[in-house]
Ligand binder design. Structure first.
Ligand code: ATP
Length: 505
């Protein structure tokens, strides 16, 4: 695995996985672009997730809902009122920070003093943050008294009272900008699933339990985007809302925890690197009955959330439905006089309409990609003493499956064979097969090690029967080099497609 975030950032830029967004105009903080290899890796991660959670199950449906949503959706979901992070300003330079990040990044003795100042134990950091948010005036004093430094200037700051900052992006819809003509960019894909619940049920005749899966972009105006693609303002999520009969929710919650851990394992992110955090009551989001956060051990950052698996009870459908009063909801929801749909489904035993409970496994694509890269990243010292960087990605995730390399770029007999092999292998539908004729063979191997290409196929003079003595028997064979073992094998061209298909299965 990678030993630092810098190593990954540098590889990503050097080899074309990830670039800073709007870079030629100085960049835009919290926005990243996925380059030629990044887009392949990302697509492969999403495809693996979709396969495991939609195709391999018989109780799931897929969805792709719109990004910009009616303001009423985000009002009744609770996001207008509560989707915020606490923010503080330094009056000395007008810099703004997310309160918990600011305090967490201070030296240990400063954190202790802040905790004391607000009357909490520094060992329970979430409680410290909660107390700072609850008592803004005292918080401002505690930050100043503890000598909390501004990460930008390095000097002790003059801190304002913390106040909530809503993270949703708002945008004008249509040509007239009056008070009501705005919508929100969704802060999570989940809301599109809830608003389509009735459509999916009616069009598929689904009965409980079943789930809806969606992959798509979400937008959060993070106060301090940071740590490369770990915390960005435009992110991608892979979310499932699994609807079940109230009372069976806890069992389904455990089911999904298990399923998700084994999925991560299959992507090369082992359980031993994921801590399961049973989120304490005071830290639960407004909709949650119980949440497991999967905390992956990122290089440099340490354990941070890669996926949240929440029991959202009947909060969401209950919030978006009409006729709330007659439905016997468990969650406490705010009144909804705007919805025109009743979001119920027949109870499988009694046939009476019921608002199902929801289990939500929600993973970030960007954070997944970072974890997958980090686990695959390997530095090896070879027998000859030289060092190589190799991405030991699971083959199904590799951006390029096979590189076909003509040993001589300007020998037509060789390039013709190489191009024919590329076309044949591409036709297998395994993903990208690259005709690689840049640089010499050593450089090509090094490059493909670094981007995780499982196999390099080299077409040489032996292949076209232009070699001396014993090697004449190698006509119509190619060299296949294995990324991980470095073993080189001669394979007959006529058997190559089958050989590759078998290996990449
Ligand atoms: P955090 O506490 O780290 O801000 P969160 O608890 O707000 O995350 P959720 O609302 O549970 O995150 O979102 C579900 C998933 O979406 C997260 O597990 C993460 O993988 C991803 N995610 C959330 N916010 C971001 C972000 N700003 N950048 C990248 N991925 C994100």
């Amino acid at each position: 695995p990678a030993s630092s975030m810098e190593e990954l950032v540098s590889l990503c830029k050097r080899r074309g996985f990830i670039f800073q967004g709007s870079e030629i105009y100085g960049g835009l903080q919290g926005f990243y672009d996925y380059g030629p290899l990044g887009v392949e890796l990302k697509n492969n991660i999403k495809a693996a997730w979709w396969r495991a959670n939609v195709y391999e199950r018989d109780d799931m449906e897929g969805l792709d809902s719109s990004i910009i949503m009616h303001r009423m959706v985000l009002r009744h979901s609770g996001h207008e009122a509560t989707f915020s992070d606490p923010m503080v300003d330094n009056k000395k330079n007008n810099k703004r920070y997310r309160l918990d990040h600011l305090v967490k990044d201070q030296k240990a003795d400063v954190v202790d003093k802040v905790a004391q100042g607000i009357g909490e134990d520094a060992a329970n950091f979430p409680a410290v943050v909660a107390a700072l948010v609850r008592q803004p005036a005292r918080a401002s004093e505690a930050l100043k008294a503890a000598g909390v430094r501004d990460p930008f200037s390095g000097e002790v700051g003059d801190w304002t009272e913390p106040k909530p900052f809503n993270m949703m992006f708002k945008t004008t819809i249509g040509p007239v900008a009056d008070d009501d003509s705005y919508g929100y960019l969704r802060p999570e894909t989940a809301q599109g699933i809830f608003t389509n619940f009735k459509n999916v049920v009616d069009s598929t005749s689904r009965r409980l339990p079943f789930g809806i899966a969606q992959i798509g972009k979400a937008f959060r105006n993070e106060i301090t985007p940071r740590n490369f693609i770990f915390r960005v303002r435009e992110l991608e999520q892979m979310e499932i809302e699994f609807f079940c009969v109230p009372g069976t929710d806890e069992e389904w919650h455990e089911h999904w925890l298990e399923r998700r851990l084994s999925w991560w394992e299959a992507q090369g992110v082992p359980r031993s690197k994921i801590e399961i955090l049973d989120v304490p009551g005071e830290d639960l989001a407004h909709y949650s009955k119980r949440t497991y956060d999967l905390m992956y051990d990122y290089p440099t950052l340490g354990h941070e959330e890669i996926e949240g698996i929440a029991n959202r009870s009947d909060y969401d459908l209950g919030s978006h439905t009409k006729s709330q009063a007659e439905l016997g909801l468990v969650a406490s929801v705010t009144e909804n006089n705007d919805s025109i749909a009743k979001l119920t489904i027949p109870h499988p035993e009694t046939n009476k309409p019921v608002v199902p409970f929801v289990i939500e496994p929600s993973a970030g694509v960007d954070r997944a990609l970072l974890a997958v890269l980090s686990e695959a990243f390997t530095k090896e010292t070879l027998e000859n003493g030289s060092e190589r960087i190799v991405l030991k990605l699971r083959p199904h995730l590799a951006p390029i499956k096979v590189a076909v390399i003509p040993l001589a770029r300007n020998r037509e007999e060789i390039t013709t064979v190489a191009r024919a092999i590329k076309a044949e292998l591409q036709g297998l539908g395994l993903g990208r097969v690259l005709y690689e004729d840049s640089g010499n063979i050593g450089k090509a191997y090094r490059r493909h090690d670094e981007v995780g290409t499982p196999y390099c196929v080299t077409v040489d003079f032996d292949t076209i029967g232009q070699s001396e003595g014993e090697d004449r028997g190698l006509k119509d064979t190619v060299t296949v080099r294995d990324r991980d073992t470095l073993a080189q094998e001669r394979v007959r061209i006529s058997e190559l497609a089958g050989w590759i298909r078998e290996k990449l299965r």
